[in-house]
Design a protein around this ligand. Structure first.
Ligand code: FNR
Length: 358
């Protein structure tokens, strides 16, 4: 293994360790409720508009495939022995429950064939499920094709992580080249391409830029969950980027903003992630217009704590409760949730006022 690949591997293990700490109960992170703009979305309760649970079907289409539930395991990891074990457990839980899953960035595997194993285990555990490959925006169309082929992936997640790269000790991203790079990958890709943030939100301007170069899927992945600014700052010797804490938009803010600018990207399918802690956050995201919802940190915590069995159990419980909440809110499907009455409070309301969103 090259020194560069070894360094990348250490970074992958650091990410899992530091992200895991943020999701521990009682930590200052998402599980502790810090900065949860999801909690500033409140449904108005109507006592007689509920529907019977057996009438609810929250199945969704993702990349032309049907999924029984509107949430999936978002891109996290791979590339080292530890993360290979995690990917195996994540993939086993995905296979047991029929849940879609993404892996973490595969750039390490493109450079070091030994690291590829940490990704191919996903297909061994889950030969027929919906699986997404993952790369950063700065890669070439050929790299994208190799990553997709390595996994036999149904779609490709391309992450745009400018904030993370800025704070990351190793980062010096060629930000000016990303948009053209994404355009080239989208033009050449044989599978759908989903562009995602990693926890800082996608603004309407970004969404319009993506739609303008032919992107059809975008995950706003907002602030408030796993905090990559804190993770990368922790990895800096002087921890000298702490002042940037809070940079970026939450998923609810990004979704509300996107809805207000929908005319600028009418055909872009919007997904949401970032700080999704519970089935209520899933339902809130759907109510704000997300087609489906990605979950990283909350599922990572379950898989680290109890492997595929614990995560499989959690996914089944979330699936049942997501349907129960939809029934309570009178929605037979995701479209019904768009007609619920949602109040916007606090900081999120202030964001809407400042952005001129009704
Ligand atoms: C991530 N995430 C991520 N995203 C991506 O596109 N490529 C990647 O390699 C990684 N790596 C990664 C590692 C770990 C340990 C975590 C927890 C997350 C980001 C992830 O997909 C998601 O966008 C954010 O974590 C926000 O969602 P949560 O964690 O708040 O649900």
């Amino acid at each position: 293994m090259s020194a560069d690949a070894a360094g990348r591997g250490a970074r992958k293990d650091d990410h899992v360790r530091l992200a895991g700490q943020q999701w521990e109960p009682g930590a200052a992170g998402p599980a502790g409720g810090r900065d949860a703009e999801f909690d500033e979305l409140e449904f108005v309760h109507h006592a007689l508009t509920g529907v019977s649970l057996e009438r609810v079907d929250l199945g969704v289409e993702l990349f032309g495939r049907h999924l029984a539930a509107p949430f999936y395991i978002n891109g996290m990891t791979g590339g080292t022995e530890r993360t290979a074990r995690l990917n195996r457990e994540l993939a086993a839980a995905a296979a047991q429950t029929g849940t879609a899953m993404a892996c973490g960035s595969m750039s390490i595997a493109l450079e070091d064939p030994a690291a590829a194993r940490a990704f191919t285990v996903i297909r061994e555990e889950n030969p027929t499920g919906l699986v997404m490959a993952n790369l950063g925006a700065g890669r070439s169309p050929d790299d994208a094709r190799r990553a997709v082929d390595m996994l036999g992936a149904d779609a490709l997640q391309l992450h745009v992580n400018a904030v993370q790269e800025t704070v990351m000790p190793e980062g010096a991203p060629a930000l000016s080249e990303w948009l053209a790079g994404i355009e080239a990958i989208v033009a050449a890709s044989e599978v759908p391409v989903l562009v995602k943030e990693v926890g800082f939100g996608l603004s309407p301007r970004t969404l319009a830029q993506l739609a303008g170069i032919g992107v059809e899927w975008a995950d706003v992945s907002g602030r408030g969950g796993t905090d990559f600014l804190a993770i990368e700052n922790e990895r800096r010797p002087g921890r000298d980027f702490a002042y940037l804490t809070g940079f970026g938009q939450s998923a609810p803010a990004a979704l509300l903003d996107a809805a207000a600018h929908r005319a600028e990207f009418p055909d872009l399918a919007l997904l949401a992630s970032g700080g999704v802690r519970s089935p209520l956050d899933v339902v809130r995201s759907l109510a704000l217009g997300a087609r489906a919802v990605g979950v990283a940190g909350a599922f990572l915590r379950a898989v680290v704590s109890g492997g595929a069995e614990e995560l499989g159990g959690l996914i089944r419980a979330w699936r049942r409760q997501t349907a129960e909440l939809a029934a309570l809110l009178g929605a037979q499907g995701p479209d019904g949730l768009l007609r619920t009455d949602v109040l916007v409070r606090g900081r999120l309301r202030e964001y809407c006022e400042l952005r001129g969103i009704d």
